[in-house]
Ligand binder design. Structure first.
Ligand code: HEC
Length: 142
């Protein structure tokens, strides 16, 4: 009886020692691996922060480039001239419109005019996004 008891205690002692050793036995490499694995799945990216790999677009912008927005939202009308839209690349059509001034042209693209829908229906676009697409269209229509 006495022998069994002390044997049990020794066994428990050995087990504890084993656990202690394995906890402290990690190499730096293993430690780094574990730290990496227990990182939160989604790091929080703040607006304007570029530390997350992608820059988060400021204040309501779509975060898309001008030619992306053009291809998604404007091309359907402005590449074909649908509904009487001035075509991108049609120098005469755009030069005629420039008389009213660039600010009026921006405003018409943002608010819509006749068959031109407000923001070309790009609801995630900020005013500045739309302006940059207008610049993009004008640059390609000189
Ligand atoms: C549903 C077709 C359609 C879509 C989509 C569309 N447009 Fe237009 N857009 C028009 C038409 C039609 C006009 C000519 C309106 C007029 O002067 O009567 C026009 C005119 C314009 C003008 C000239 C405004 C002026 O003052 O002369 C700009 C700039 C413009 N669009 C930019 C854009 C941009 C940028 C997009 C995409 C974000 C876009 N459009 C999407 C049909 C469209």
């Amino acid at each position: 009886m006495k022998i069994v008891k002390s044997g049990t205690i020794k066994l428990i002692g050995l087990l504890l020692l084993g656990v202690t050793l394995s906890v402290h036995g990690f190499s730096d490499r293993q430690r780094a691996d574990i730290e990496e694995r227990i990182q939160p799945a989604g790091a929080v990216c703040l607006q304007g922060d570029s530390s997350c790999g992608v820059t988060v677009a400021a204040a309501g912008g779509s975060g898309k480039s001008a030619d992306d927005i053009y291809n998604t939202n404007c091309m359907a009308c402005h590449a074909t001239g649908a509904a009487g839209a001035p075509k991108m690349g049609d120098v005469a059509a755009w030069t005629g419109r420039m008389d009213k001034g660039i600010d009026q042209i921006y405003a018409n693209a943002i608010n819509g005019i006749n068959a031109m829908p407000a923001k070309g229906l790009c609801m995630s676009c900020s005013d500045d996004d739309v302006k940059s697409v207008v610049d993009y269209i004008l640059d390609n229509s000189k």
